[in-house]
Ligand binder design. Structure first.
Ligand code: AMP
Length: 436
């Protein structure tokens, strides 16, 4: 039997409805903040991710799924090296959404000089070659937003407020969510801070792991994130970014916090929060569910230098992404479900002789937009009622010889089992009124 690839999941039934609900909620909520949906290709040039996400990140170094056509793969295996490949032949599946959106924004000039900001949201599959485990998949789904062209700290605060509202609408008890925020500084103050951290790591080189010593070369701030407990212990004594912000960054961060306070959004300041991707500047944030053990269910931040890294004009930007599968796990632990309700449904049941009458009744109901089910296996009336229950139908239309002869239909309420007869001519209106 063929099996799905390890670390991937099939979305069907209630799980699919949950993903659909997440996208629908995103469309409604983010739409009310002025975000339009975007979909960029699942494959991009590797360079897009290297510029955008950063050479030193695990995502780029170890976790990208590379894509080659069959013909190219053969050539590669023969030559044993990809050094002869052009940039447009080096492709990868997207590990996250931001780099592709920013690439599209540069390519189509979404934000011409002096234009107002552009806001987009996406709901897509992402691909990372991680070791599969609970809450860590190789293909997973994210809903996210990107807001390009806004430097105002109100934009950072609004993004975070919108994110916390999103969790609420998806069914989380807000008191179980921890929002952590930090400012990572900018091009003016971060380089000097980065040097301080590098010097600190070198001064403690005996106690740090190989990875951290390597990171010290390319991006020492990542050591705050090291999974090695000993490194984390050492890093607790490292200089903190919030003590080393320039005046502009300190002012920006203070205003973000003031707006969050005004909106009544509670947060924890965490000066060691450095998000995994290199491109972040100033505000960064992450959300966890207390005691869930599933890791972050979402996060994001500001990336004012990213448009330039992707070849565009200097344009500020910020965004976040929310993981669907982890949200589903965390909600399940809270005894809630992401699934949402199925649309109301009617079942048209009949005796075997009246099958043709069912055909025209179901046709009329479906054309009127009513979710309608019927029997296609010649079941008894009793087992059709059972089937109707299983489909979640709240109402049955029953067509027997007496009904058809009299030009009526029997409507059976599936919870009270009460029955009434209505003229066939008004069946659609009667069903719609009862389902509403
Ligand atoms: P990131 O792009 O790493 O900041 O991830 C944003 C969100 O996507 C996280 O908070 C998770 O909820 C989710 N996520 C990231 N990586 C994975 C993965 N491998 N499997 C499932 N969800 C993930």
């Amino acid at each position: 039997m063929a099996q799905r690839v390890q670390g991937t999941e099939d979305l069907y039934g209630g799980y699919m409805r949950a993903w659909e609900r997440m996208c629908r909620t995103a469309g409604e909520l983010f739409g009310s903040y002025g975000f339009d949906r975007i979909e960029t290709p699942a494959i991009e040039q590797v360079a897009t991710f290297v510029h955008g996400i950063g050479e030193s990140t695990d995502v780029v170094r170890k976790e990208m799924f590379r894509v080659f056509s069959g013909a190219l793969m053969e050539r590669l295996l023969e030559s044993g090296s990809e050094s002869g490949l052009k940039a447009k032949q080096r492709l990868a599946l997207r590990p996250e959404g931001t780099a592709g959106v920013v690439r599209a924004a540069v390519e189509h000039n979404f934000v011409p000089q002096g234009a107002s900001p552009v806001k987009v949201w996406y709901g897509e599959a992402m691909f990372r070659g991680e070791r599969p485990q609970k809450g860590r998949l190789r293909q997973f789904h994210q809903v996210g937003v990107e807001w390009l062209g806004a430097e105002d700290p109100a934009a950072d605060a609004e993004c975070i407020i919108m994110l916390m509202e999103f969790y609420k609408r998806m069914g989380f008890d807000p008191s179980t969510l921890t929002l952590r925020i930090n400012s990572m500084g900018d091009a003016a103050c971060r380089p000097a801070y980065r040097e301080m951290v590098r010097d600190f790591i070198y001064a403690h080189r005996e106690e740090m792991c190989e990875d951290c010593l390597e990171r010290a070369e390319i991006n020492p701030l990542r050591s705050f994130d090291c999974k090695n407990e000993r490194c984390r212990e050492v890093m607790r004594e490292a200089p903190l970014v919030t003590d080393n912000l320039c005046d502009d960054c300190r002012e920006h961060y203070a205003r973000v916090k003031a707006y969050l306070d005004e909106a009544g959004v509670s947060y924890v300041e965490d000066p060691t929060l450095v998000r995994g991707l290199d491109y972040y500047t100033r505000t960064v944030f992450e959300v966890e569910v207390a005691g869930s053990g599933v890791g972050a269910i979402g996060g994001g931040g500001r990336y004012d230098g990213l448009m330039e890294l992707e070849g565009g004009k200097p344009t500020p930007g910020l965004g976040f992404a929310v993981g669907f599968e982890r949200m589903a796990l965390a909600l399940e632990q809270q005894g809630a479900s992401l699934e949402g309700e199925r649309p109301a449904c009617v079942y048209v049941a009949c005796t075997p002789e009246e099958r043709d009458a069912v055909f025209s009744a179901t046709l009329a109901l479906r054309q009127a937009g009513v979710r309608t089910e019927a029997d296609y296996q010649g079941r008894s009336l009793k087992s059709q009622f059972k089937q109707a229950d299983k489909e979640g139908a709240s109402l049955c239309v029953v067509l027997g010889p007496d009904e058809v002869a009299a030009g009526v239909a029997t409507l059976r309420d599936m919870s009270t089992h009460e029955q009434v007869q209505v003229p066939m001519a008004s069946l659609v209106d009667e069903v719609r009124a009862r389902l509403a």
